[in-house]
Design a protein around this ligand. Structure first.
Ligand code: HEM
Length: 440
């Protein structure tokens, strides 16, 4: 293979996944043993280490997959390999910068972007380089674009804007106005997630249409409806993140309806694909098929949870509990990670057609992944319900007593987390080994 930068993106992404789940595991251990690694990396640092690293897994894997699809699968001549390499080096150096910023306690950023804000500049530059390369490469073929080209292009453009918007709080006129500040902050995070969802859902549609060799999947009315719904959700779906802020109720209801409809349509697209896929294709792309099927199941489970906790009266009780964490991890692991693992399996199969993967081992790891994730998710829901009960329905019970009462739930969370980590290690190392062979 001539240019291997796309595969290097995937190698770094899988390494981030491996590292990220360890940070998560250590954070879950700190629930049970608060003094664990406290001197070195306390929970308030471990959490950003975990969240930033796993978000990097999603973003880097989506980026590497898109570069691979347009250059290797679609055969387009990339506008500039130099920009491509600069993008890669910039992201790797910024990643190192983020860890240094966490380790040295320079964490002036907010929430999911807790690192020192100056590091957002190279990240935004990286996305701009990606955007230039993407649009310059595909602009000659703009006629009759399949839906996934639109989704990837939209994801890149909105990612640039929302990364900037997430830092509007640095402008004094925003920071001095509490409601404006919080609204814009949560709006940007919602849209930031919407932007990477555009990239990841576009990848899911790409994989489905390539495996089935069916272009209606990429041009049909349903997928374009899904694209516009996703775009609307990206722009307005944030409103259901801001229930606590006094905004117009209709804004929240519209946002809520759009985000739920988007998931229903995605579940429908994947389900229809599964139903009509031939046994031969299921066998040929066995792991890609399995992971997309798993994504469908997780979309369904997350719809049920989100439908419930987005009802304002229920949201009031779940806000600030582990139910929100169940939602974030349920979607980023159950939906984003499964689609991206499907993409890496597809890419490995295309890059090394004769490479033998231990199918039995992979199938077992796949099962372990789904079963552990299910119980991990349930443990978070139980912890959330118990915490909510403490917050709103009990009196004179101290926080430490509530934490003590959650001890066995936290143990369950840790044990299923550990099993989830093992399954992810098994899957990721097999893929990493194959990718390292492909770049040799
Ligand atoms: C692909 C794998 C994973 C992804 C994508 C992921 C994603 C996330 C995200 C997005 C959050 C932020 C939640 C929020 O703010 O609502 C989070 C928090 C967390 N995750 Fe994960 N996670 C992964 C694996 C794990 C594993 C395996 C464990 C434990 C064994 C774990 C433990 C935690 C903990 C303890 C938190 C902090 C929750 C809190 O704030 O109390 N994660 N994760």
């Amino acid at each position: 293979m001539k240019n291997k930068t796309a595969l290097l993106f995937l190698i770094i992404a899988l390494s981030a996944l491996l590292l990220g789940v360890f940070f998560g595991l250590f954070a879950s251990l700190q629930y049970i043993i608060p003094d664990f690694l406290k001197e070195l990396v306390p929970f308030n640092k471990m959490r950003p280490f975990h969240v930033t690293t796993v978000i990097s897994w999603i973003v880097l894997c989506a980026t590497g997959s898109i570069y691979f699809f347009i250059t290797k699968e679609e055969g387009f001549k990339l506008f500039s390999y130099r920009l491509f390499k600069t993008h890669f080096i910039l992201f790797v150096l910024t990643g190192i910068g983020i860890y240094v910023s966490f380790l040295t306690g320079k964490m002036e950023g907010r929430e999911y972007l807790a690192y020192t804000p100056i590091l957002t500049i190279p990240i935004v530059i990286g996305w701009i380089l990606f955007g230039i390369n993407y649009f310059k490469t595909l602009s000659k073929n703009i006629k009759n674009w399949p839906v996934y080209y639109w989704m990837w292009g939209t994801g890149i453009v909105f990612m640039i804007y929302h990364l900037c918007e997430a830092h509007f709080w640095m402008i004094p006129s925003f920071r001095s106005h509490f409601i404006k500040d919080i609204s814009v902050q949560w709006k940007s995070y919602g849209s930031f997630v919407g932007s990477w969802n555009m990239l990841v859902y576009g990848i899911a549609i790409y994989l489905m249409s390539k495996i089935k060799k069916d272009s209606t999947l990429a041009y049909g009315k349903t997928v374009f409806f899904f694209y516009f719904l996703g775009l609307t959700n990206l722009m307005f779906g944030w409103a259901h993140h801001t229930y606590i802020i006094p905004t117009q109720p209709w804004i929240r209801y519209v946002a809520y309806a759009i985000s739920m409809t988007e998931w229903v349509v995605l579940a429908h697209i994947i389900y229809s694909w599964i139903k009509t896929l031939s046994n031969e294709d299921k066998k040929k792309y066995c792991m890609v098929y399995k992971f997309l099927r798993a994504a469908d199941f997780w979309v369904f489970l997350n719809i049920i949870l989100a439908l419930l906790f987005s009802i304002p009266v229920i949201n009031f009780f779940t806000h600030g509990t582990h139910i929100t964490v169940a939602h974030s991890m349920g979607t980023t692991i159950g939906i984003n990670t499964t689609i991206l693992l499907a993409a890496v399996f597809f890419i490995v199969q295309k890059s090394l057609p004769n490479y033998k993967i231990d199918t039995l081992f992979i199938k077992r790891s796949y099962k372990a992944f789904n079963v552990s994730l299910f119980f991990f998710f349930c443990a978070l829901l139980v912890a959330g319900v118990k915490k909510s009960n403490w917050m709103y329905f009990t009196k004179e019970v101290h926080f430490s007593e509530m934490q003590d009462s959650l001890y066995y739930v936290y143990i369950a969370f840790f044990v299923f987390g550990l099993s989830l980590v093992f399954s992810i290690i098994s899957l990721a190392t097999v893929l990493l080994k194959a990718l390292l062979k492909a770049v040799k």
